[in-house]
Design a protein around this ligand. Structure first.
Ligand code: FMN
Length: 154
């Protein structure tokens, strides 16, 4: 038997939209009993949280064509402590946006390359208003990530 896997969901939300997506992602991930999933706000997440994780899901609003300052702060604070230690870690992204979202995805991808993480799912971009089908897609993202970790397919 493989050791239990740990999935970390890191997110920031100013007005609650990304938080709704993050909760849906968590619901989906928690369907996979073999994976332990933790949801944390970006400002509360430290390098130690990353270093004990087997995969990470990153959620942010798109602000000014970029990720939120909070998610950027998380990257800024954790980079050196994690440098070279999480090579190949699977990650995926979910974005809440008014009308775009692609800039945040692109820039997170550039930073994730710096950590040498591996993208394992297409980014989920949800443009407002959030619909039920978007929440279902977020649940599916969380479940797929947790299941992939449990099965060791990444
Ligand atoms: C300062 C600011 C900048 C924003 N810039 C963008 C943007 O560049 N592209 C976009 O699609 N939406 C933009 N939005 C809209 C937010 O991405 C959108 O309202 C999102 O749902 C907010 O998520 P939250 O409720 O989790 O904070 C911006 C909102 C704010 C407050």
């Amino acid at each position: 038997m493989n050791a239990r896997k740990r999935l970390l969901i890191v997110f920031h939300s100013q007005t609650g939209n990304t938080a709704r997506l993050a909760e849906a992602v968590l619901r989906g991930a928690q369907r996979v009993e073999e994976t332990d999933t933790e949801l944390k706000r970006a400002f509360d997440t430290r390098s130690e949280d990353l270093l004990v994780s087997d995969g990470v899901l990153l959620g942010t609003p798109e602000n000014f064509g970029y990720m939120s300052g909070a998610l950027k702060d998380f990257f800024d604070r954790t980079y050196y402590a994690c440098e070279g230690k999480l090579v190949g870690m699977p990650y995926a992204v979910f974005i809440s946006a008014g009308n775009d979202g692609r800039g945040a995805v692109r820039e997170i991808g550039r930073i994730a390359n710096g950590y040498r993480w591996k993208s394992v799912a297409e980014a989920l971009i949800v443009r407002n208003p959030i619909k039920d089908e978007n929440l279902l897609a977020a649940e599916e993202l969380g479940e797929a990530m947790a299941a992939g970790l449990a099965m060791g397919i990444f």
